[in-house]
Write a new protein. Structure first.
Length: 219
């Protein structure tokens, strides 16, 4: 049953992941020195993965947007279409139902956002592509932000799952984690603290998700 639910979730979120990958490919191609409109190459002088680089901003915007879209699609959408009533009558507990949803969503989020980071880093690491030396340690900030996207996803999922009104308190979990990303960005030199904060908040959000999943009336 776990596998069946995971396949269902993957099929439903695939369009979101595909759209994110298309946008990612377009951005990476531009940053690596090819004008997509004219297919004419140009020389790249910017050093990738700097704190204020275009790519770091792109990863934040793409990751946050995808995390929110996935979280709400897997939680609020099910409530709106009445799918929960069907799923809860299957021979699987709420624990496994939510587990399949969350694992699928997190894997899709992390894989989709990791693809452009790896592609851009491999291009930057290839000799002759940049007029400056490249070290893999330069990607540390963006990987920290990549991992922190799990907080946004779980916050969106919790907001969509909560039985409250949209104009009242339903979005409080998502709004509440909004300041976290800037804080983690500022902690890039102390990445272990950033990772610890991410894991702690992930655990808190997961506990809240499972508590609501077990106690909510879906009728």
């Amino acid at each position: 049953m776990f596998k069946a639910i995971a396949i269902k979730e993957l099929r439903e979120v695939a369009p979101l992941a595909a759209a994110a990958l298309i946008v990612s490919a377009y951005c990476v191609v531009l940053l690596t020195g090819l004008n997509v409109l004219t297919f004419e190459p140009y020389r790249v002088t910017a050093i990738p993965f700097l704190d204020r680089s275009v790519f770091v901003t792109f990863v934040i915007v793409l990751g946050t947007s995808l995390a929110i879209a996935l979280g709400l699609r897997q939680s609020a959408w099910e409530s709106g279409t009445g799918t929960y009533l069907f799923l809860l009558h299957r021979p699987a507990s709420r624990y496994w139902l939510m587990g399949a949803k969350l694992i699928t969503g997190l894997l899709v989020l992390l894989a989709t956002t990791a693809a452009p980071i790896l592609a851009y880093a491999l291009w930057a690491a290839t000799p002759g592509n940049l007029p400056a030396p490249f070290r893999w340690s330069m990607t540390g900030t963006v990987w920290l932000l990549w991992f922190a996207m799990t907080i946004v996803y779980l916050g969106a999922f919790l907001s969509g799952l909560r039985p409250a009104r949209w104009y009242a308190t339903r979005l409080l979990p998502l709004v509440g984690i909004a300041p976290v990303m800037p804080i983690i960005f500022l902690l890039q030199s102390k990445w272990m603290i950033g990772v610890a904060i991410t894991i702690l908040l992930d655990a808190i959000l997961l506990a809240a998700i499972y508590r609501i999943a077990e106690t909510r009336e879906y009728s």
